[in-house]
Design a protein around this ligand. Sequence first.
Ligand code: MOS
Length: 737
Amino acid sequence: MTTLEDPTRTVIGEGVDRVDAPLKTTGAAHYPNDYIYPGMVHAALVGSTIAAGRIRSIDASDAQHAPGVLTVITHLTAPQLERGPMTLLGPSPPAPMQDDRILHYGQHIAIVVADSPEQARHAASLIKVEYEPGEALLDIEDPRAEILENPWGLDTEHGDVTAGFAQADIVVDERYTTPDNTNNPLGLFTTIASWHGDSVTVHDSTQWPHNVRTSFARIFRIPESGVRVLAPFVGGGFGAGLRVWSHTILTAMAAREVKRPVKLVLTRPQMFTSVGHRPNSVQHIKIGATSGGRLTAIEHRAISSVAMEDDDYEPVAAGSAVAYECPNARTHDRQARLNIPCPGSMRAPAEGQGNFALESAIDEVAYALGMDPLELRLSNYAEQNPVLGLPWSSKALRECYTVGAERFGWARRTPEIGSMRDGNWLIGYGMAGVSYPFYQVPCQARASLRRDGSAYVTSAATDIGTGTYTVMTQLAAECLGLDLNRVRFDLGDSDMPYSPQAGGSGLTGALANAVHMACGNLVKEFLDIVRDDDASPLRGAAAQEVTASGGRLHRTDAPDQGEAYTDILDRHGLEELSADGRSTPPDPQKIGMATAGAFGAKFVEVRIDPQLGLLRVARVVSAIDGGRILNEKTASSQITGGTVGGISQAMFEETATDAGTGRIANATFGDYLMPVNADIPDMEVIFCGGPDRATTVGTKGVGEVGLVGMAAAIGNAIHHATGRRLRSLPFTIDQLL
Ligand code: MOS
């Protein structure tokens, strides 16, 4: 029917510009804090200045009487709230301001509502709090911390790991650490809540409007139909918008009390303690190999931190079980409960940390064996999923390795440490492999064709800058045989068909399958209408005999036997026809294939001035198997952006927690280091492979894979240049001197 059924069609849209670009560049795209409601008032939050203990007293009287103040709510006056529901991402964070306990620094302990944001912030500064401090657990290796064993049930073991190490000629056994990182989307997270009786309209910086709707229904004990959540533009997320956070709930709570629309914009420092962060990790990796370069055993044990009374999904070690063909492997994840702000997913959660340890350790094995790191990876290539024992639904990692190496010029690498130089610069070449997990969950979409010949397609998804608007417009145009400008794709409204989160690199795939199905069902609707229609050249045609093209449907074997959608609607007196699509993820056991996520190979050149400790990333080549690519331009931008995120993780980002107080010591853009343009080199992106076999549209998701592998590849390149093996992120100057 459409070119999507053609498995050789790898890219369906090469360089389509973002359909929402004019809106964004002219300021017509409205982000949550661009909305203004009549009578709207403004909120400000007060955060705890201790990390553990109790509030002994809280005196809001000065704040109450400050100019413009409508209300101050603390745990003493807050209504009782339910905790949010279990979600696809695990349990919701605890309900805010329900008692006097302090579990982390920055915990919201009061919300002030005033006529203006300035008045609200001023009043918030007048609130006097006395604490009864407790002992704060802040160190991931604090022996007093509660340890959660195998919290997601993802620990794996296959083969006999002990026997595998006994067979090894060399064993690498090392410890790696990664710090807390903070997502820091550019848009300050904003909530606007406006109640009408027991119904509420919410504008929110969320990656998942339906999650806000379901959560609000539970938290405020109102019907889901009474909650409408709008997020047509988000302002970035990087995972920070996946959960329903305390500030969103408190804004709605305050708006209900003052019976006015309330807007809350988090400050940048509050963004460090209110909307999640990538939790730190301590990892031990042990890898055994024969002198011939065969892996005999892998053991990866990881611990990451989690907040008190919260859950966060961060299986750091799990990915190591499926990255290589190794007969004996064990992975093992633990969490340490600390008095820290709730962590959450941050771009490539878990993989970003786990891959750093695994791919650095693989490089260490290569050096121990005197083997080329690329050769070692190719020699232990997992042709099938080692845990499921099933063939992958697609895997072009070998091609990524070879094509990437060729483009990068890996063959020019001389293996001896410090053997490549350019004047004062030591040059290092490093690489890493990436196996990113498959993640798609159920998703729905609706497609309509209107009397004017245009299509309208919707789903309550979000576009966090990734290109959802654009690729879904393209896809619907492709499926319905319409010009791009005849299709409008809309998202970001919880009244639209159910969509999962923009997260886990899974939205494009899940939504593409739903849009494809909705469009297919819409074509069937048209064929149903003309089934007995003597005036239609399509009379009695079955969907599989028909092609959609040029705004019409025609018999595939006879292009002149067809008619325009509009002619069918006209003749039958219809304004429009609509159809739904619901995608469900394939079950590996049923399809007999391990559903594959994206794969990638990263090649990096670094330049180091050993006297100054200067580290520069000079070149990056990313070869990525992302399945079918819906739009080469936006997909490539995703990989480029992810690569920048990976350079940032490797060299810059570290959220610093004060060991005494739990205060985030660098919670501003001035103090929290991120790369600027001068830190970012030429980056090349190459797509390998073709459509994945497990789903109709065959995309695999490219939102996160681009970040993964960068830290290890840079670390491996540093080792090649200097002989130093850096096992602790970020790689800072002091580690290079
Ligand atoms: Mo992504 S961290 O799943 O938004």
